[in-house]
Design a protein around this ligand. Structure first.
Ligand code: ATP
Length: 206
């Protein structure tokens, strides 16, 4: 199977298919037709058949698709795409909002694990489990996650960045106002919401 050749539009729909197929599987269903999927997912059935064709001959006419087979192939493809699994550090107001939002609607990105220091540890928000930062290195290693969203207070940003980098994180989406210093091999994207807002207002006034 040549997974690299899967078009991006197809790849983006995989998590949607995957989630729905897992639900069907849990309900004890074994087969599903493209028509049934189309109605449930609001994706037209020709698109679904085309998407599934990249995974080989998984369906038969009049029989439908074997749910377990699809789950198996989709899981393999999704697992390759490490960028889709993300950790979040700092479950304050912004971190909580991101956990609830969790990019469900638009693409195959998912916050899978979160870390904090306070009493939210061992609870879940938006279905995401919150671990103590004491377990950061251990849990990143276990999950193999290499992308992190940083929503800690500014004073904790440098220390947490260093720990993330030492734990093998390769990409950080920084929502703190801090300017992070990282090795060249690590990519940081900085989103400072208050600066963005202030600069918008500045341009409106000038
Ligand atoms: P926000 O800035 O997201 O609106 P907030 O004002 O609710 O958050 P902050 O003080 O910015 O709260 O802290 C954000 C979260 O980061 C809090 O839940 C806090 O417990 C957590 N936090 C603080 N230090 C660390 C740390 N070193 N590692 C992980 N989480 C931390």
């Amino acid at each position: 199977m040549e997974e690299n050749k899967i078009p991006q539009a197809t790849a983006k729909r995989l998590p949607l298919y995957y989630r729905h197929l897992n639900n069907l599987h849990q309900q004890g269903k074994q087969r599903v037709s493209s028509k049934e999927l189309s109605e449930a997912l609001k994706v037209d059935s020709a698109t679904i058949r085309k998407d599934f064709s990249y995974f080989g001959e998984l369906g038969r006419k009049g029989y439908g698709y074997d749910i377990q087979h699809l789950i198996y192939f989709f899981r393999k493809t999704l697992d390759q795409d490490e960028i889709s699994r993300v950790a979040l550090v700092g479950v304050g107001n912004l971190g909580t909002a991101l956990l609830n939002y969790n990019f469900i609607k638009n693409n195959n990105t998912k916050i899978e694990i979160a870390f904090d220091t306070n009493d939210k540890v061992d609870t879940t928000i938006g279905g995401v489990r919150i671990y103590s930062v004491d377990d950061l290195e251990k849990e990143l290693k276990r999950t193999g996650i290499t992308v992190a969203i940083l929503t800690v207070p500014m004073h904790a940003a440098d220390e947490m960045t260093e720990r993330l980098v030492n734990a093998g994180v390769e990409g950080i989406l920084n929502f703190t106002p801090a300017r992070l210093s990282v090795p060249d091999s690590v990519r940081v994207h900085h989103i400072d919401l208050s600066v963005e807002l202030q600069s918008l207002i500045y341009f409106l006034k000038n």
